[in-house]
Design a protein around this ligand. Structure first.
Ligand SMILES: N[C@@H](CCC(=O)N[C@@H](CS)C(=O)NCC(=O)O)C(=O)O
Length: 215
């Protein structure tokens, strides 16, 4: 029997949540090993650097290799375990999915990453900087999703765009306390997707409940 995959992640990390949701969607057995990127700053240890040279989560050990970068990981899972597909078949829908993914993965997440905190003059400056780019990103998403969304980001199929959207919105609404209600399509999708079993099972709060139950 194939060994269980190991996900190095952090409960509140949106990038880890993307991968956790992909693993669950594709029913790939895995265990999650917590890397405390906030209080413990465990991502900066030499031991973790040997796993992920970028010193960030996630990293996934699977099929005898270690993969880093959430989108590369999800793509690998998609290529090696194609069902259920998380990418639309039509080239146009695939491009639409990538537009949404990139808006989040390049245009929002890195500009609010916790790792920036120590490189801005104060916590207030970090928040001001991040909120600006998060709001710009939300405005972009509202426009893009207005053109593509059905029950999911792109039509009615679960795709990688959904795996990027839900975790990012959790971050914005919980960590940055942002009000997303002025973005109706974003808000609708967030409510509908969060209600799905996949996002409930991969949710940071579910991980906490599971951890509490073990201790
Ligand atoms: N592009 C990377 C981004 C990874 C990333 O920024 N991870 C965050 C958590 S979501 C992290 O580990 N931050 C800690 C740090 O930068 O020190 C990916 O998609 O995997």
């Amino acid at each position: 029997m194939a060994e269980k995959a190991i996900l190095y992640g952090y409960r509140f990390s949106s990038c880890s949540w993307r991968v956790r949701a992909a693993l669950l969607a594709k029913r790939i057995p895995f265990e999650e090993r917590a890397v405390d990127i906030v209080r413990g700053r465990e991502q900066l240890t030499a031991q973790y650097r040997a796993i992920n040279p970028a010193q960030k989560v996630p990293a996934l050990v699977i099929d005898g290799v270690t993969l880093v970068e959430s989108i590369a990981i999800v793509q690998y899972l998609e290529d090696t375990r194609p069902l259920p597909a998380l990418t639309p078949k039509s080239p146009l829908d695939k491009a639409r999915m990538t537009e949404i993914c990139q808006t989040i993965v390049s245009g929002i997440q890195p500009l609010q990453n916790i790792g920036l905190k120590n490189f801005l003059t104060s916590d207030e400056e970090y928040t001001r900087f991040s909120l600006h780019w998060c709001e710009r990103g939300l405005e972009t998403l509202e426009e893009l999703l207005g053109r593509t969304a059905g029950t999911h980001c792109v039509g009615d199929q679960l795709t990688v765009a959904d795996l990027c959207l839900v975790p990012q919105l959790f971050n914005l609404t919980h960590r940055f306390k942002m009000d997303i209600s002025k973005h109706p399509t974003v808000t609708r999708l967030n409510t509908q997707l969060l209600a799905q079993d996949l996002f409930q099972r991969s949710h940071p709060n579910t991980l906490k409940k599971e951890k509490d139950a073990q201790t």
